[in-house]
Design a protein around this ligand. Structure first.
Ligand code: BGC
Ligand code: BGC
Length: 446
C-alpha cells in the first residue's frame, strides 16, 4: 500500500551526533571529552576503536550536506561538541569551534534545510568530569553558560534547539551500569545525574529563550514496557521500570514532579528546582528504538525489575526487536498520561543497525532497513490518526557511524561509510526514503 499522507508542514529529517561522526578530535583546539577518555580505556569499546576520526565529517561536511540535500530532507539534527567550543567546559572560548558550527549551519540553510542543534549528546568536557561531572550541581550552570554562548552565535539561524539527548541513557548506561562514559556503576545512586541534567535543561531553556526565537525541545528516549508474567511482583516490576525509563525525566519536565515510587534519595533537589525544570518546552523529542520486556527480579537482585528478551519479533543486528507497534503504543501512552501538558512531539531518532556491506558492484542493499522505516512511519501516521500531535520524524542516522561502546561494529546509516577511505555510498534505503519524502512534499508542501 502507498505511504499514507502526512500533515502539511511535517518535518522530514535525519539525526547525527558530534562524537559519532565528526572525528578531528585533536583539530583546531578541540578539548578532551569523557568519550575520548573512555574510548582510550582498554576493554571499554567492542573493537577497541575511538571517535578520533569516525566519519571525518568535520572535514567532509559539505559532501554530507549534499547527501542530505539529495535525500530531500527538510531538517538536519546534529549535535554541538561542548569541548570543541569550550575546551575545558567553561571560560576560554575556542572560536574556531564556533566557526565550524557556523559554517555547518550556513551550508545546511543554503540547501533549504532547517538546522536543529542538540547541545549535549554525551560528550562532556573532561575537565568538568574531573570536577564531578553530572554528580556536581555546578555542571548545570556551566551548561547554561555554554547554551548561551552557542545561541549568541547561532540563535538567529538554528531552527530548533534540543538541550539534551537521552538523559536517561547517559544516567543509566554512563553512571548506573558503567558501559558508557564516564563509566561509573552507581546503580540507583546515579539519581543526582538525572536531577542535574534536568536542572541544566531548565536553565538552558531560559538562556536559549533570551537569545533565540526558535522552538526549544529535549530528546528523551522511551521504551514501551511489555510485562512478562502476571504475578503481582511482575506488575510491580513493570511499574518500576515504567517509572525509571519513561517517567523519571518526563514527569518533572511536564510539571508532575519526580515519580515517588522510585524512592530516590532526593537530597540534591533544592527549593525552586522543579519550577526551573518545568519551564515550558515547545516540542518533546521522542527517540524510539524498541519495547522492553520486564518481569519480577530474582531474589537478591539489586534492581527492582529484570529485563527479558521479547519473543516473536524480527531482530536487528543489535538484537533489538523490530516493533513498530511499540511506537504507536508509546505515542498513545504519552498522550494518555500527560494529556494537555504534552507539547507537540517530534520523533528525533528512529532507526536500526544491520550488517550492510557493498556487493560486487559496490552497491549496498539494505531491504531490512526499508521494512523498518516503512513500518515505523506507518506507526507514526497511525498515532497521528489516533490524535497525537506528531510534527516530524528524524531517521537515526544519515551515515554509518561510531556506535559508542559498540565502536564501528553497528551500522545505522542510510549511507554506507567505508571507514578506511571515508567513501560514502547511499544504500537502497536512501533511495527509498528519498522517494517517500519527495511524494510527501509534493502532496503537502510546507
Ligand atoms: C535504546 C535501548 C537500548 C539502549 C542500549 C537505547 O537507545 O532505546 O533500547 O537498550 O539504547 O544501547
Ligand atoms: C543515541 C544514539 C545512538 C542510537 C543507537 C540513541 O540512544 O542517541 O547516539 O547511536 O541510539 O544506539
Amino acid at each position: 500500500a502507498p505511504m499514507p499522507r502526512f500533515p502539511t508542514g511535517f518535518r522530514w529529517g535525519v539525526s547525527t551526533s558530534a562524537y559519532q561522526i565528526e572525528g578531528a578530535a585533536h583539530t583546531d583546539g578541540r578539548g578532551v571529552s569523557i568519550w575520548d577518555t573512555f574510548a582510550r580505556t582498554p576493554g571499554r569499546i567492542a573493537d577497541g576503536s575511538s571517535g578520533d576520526v569516525a566519519c571525518d565529517h568535520y572535514h567532509r561536511y559539505a559532501e554530507d550536506i549534499a547527501l542530505m540535500a539529495g535525500l530531500g530532507i527538510t531538517a538536519y539534527r546534529f549535535s554541538v561538541s561542548w569541548p570543541r567550543v569550550l575546551p575545558t567546559g567553561a571560560g576560554t572560548v575556542n572560536t574556531s569551534g564556533l566557526d565550524f558550527y557556523e559554517r555547518l549551519v550556513d551550508a545546511v540553510l543554503a540547501h533549504g534545510i532547517d538546522p536543529v542543534a542538540t547541545l549535549f549528546h554525551w560528550d562532556l568536557p573532561q575537565s568538568l568530569e574531573d570536577d564531578g561531572g553530572w554528580l556536581n550541581r555546578d555542571t548545570a550552570y556551566r551548561f547554561a553558560e555554554y547554551a548561551d554562548l552557542v545561541a549568541a552565535r547561532l540563535g538567529d539561524r538554528v531552527k530548533m534547539w534540543i538541550t539534551l539527548n537521552e538523559p536517561f541513557i547517559h544516567m543509566s548506561l554512563g553512571h548506573g551500569m558503567g558501559v558508557h562514559a564516564p563509566g561509573r556503576a552507581l546503580l540507583f545512586d546515579a539519581f543526582p545525574v538525572a536531577h542535574h541534567q534536568l536542572l541544566a535543561h531548565g536553565l538552558a531553556v531560559a538562556a536559549l529563550r533570551a537569545r533565540s526565537g526558535s522552538p526549544v525541545a529535549i530528546a528523551n528516549n522511551y521504551s514501551p514496557v511489555r510485562r512478562v508474567g502476571d504475578d503481582p511482583a511482575d506488575l510491580a516490576a513493570a511499574a518500576a521500570y515504567e517509572a525509571l525509563h519513561n517517567r523519571l525525566f518526563t514527569d518533572p519536565l511536564l510539571g508532575h514532579g519526580y515519580p515517588a515510587e522510585l524512592g530516590f534519595d532526593d537530597a540534591v533537589v533544592r527549593d525552586g528546582d522543579l519550577d526551573v525544570i518545568a519551564a515550558p518546552i515547545d516540542v518533546l523529542g521522542v527517540n524510539y528504538y524498541n519495547p522492553t520486556g520486564v518481569r519480577a527480579p530474582e531474589e537478591g537482585s539489586p534492581l527492582p525489575f529484570e529485563l527479558v528478551p521479547l519473543d516473536g519479533y524480527p531482530r536487528t543486528a543489535f538484537d533489538w526487536p523490530v516493533a513498530p507497534d511499540g511506537l504507536r503504543d508509546l505515542l498513545g501512552w504519552l498522550r494518555h498520561r500527560y494529556g494537555t501538558d504534552l507539547p507537540p512531539v517530534q520523533i528525533t531518532e528512529s532507526g536500526c543497525a544491520y550488517d550492510d556491506q557493498p556487493d560486487a558492484q559496490g552497491r549496498v542493499h539494505d531491504p531490512d532497513r526499508i521494512v523498518y522505516l516503512d513500518g515505523h512511519l506507518r506507526a507514526v501516521h497511525a498515532a497521528i490518526a489516533d490524535g497525537v500531535d506528531v510534527t516530524g520524524y528524524f531517521v537515526w542516522s544519515l551515515l554509518d557511524n561510531w556506535e559508542w561502546a559498540e565502536g564501528f561494529t553497528k551500522r545505522f546509516g542510510l549511507v554506507h561509510v567505508d571507514y578506511p577511505t571515508g567513501r560514502r555510498t547511499p544504500k537502497s534505503s536512501y533511495a527509498w526514503l528519498r522517494d517517500v519524502i519527495a511524494t510527501a512534499r509534493r502532496e503537502t508542501p510546507r
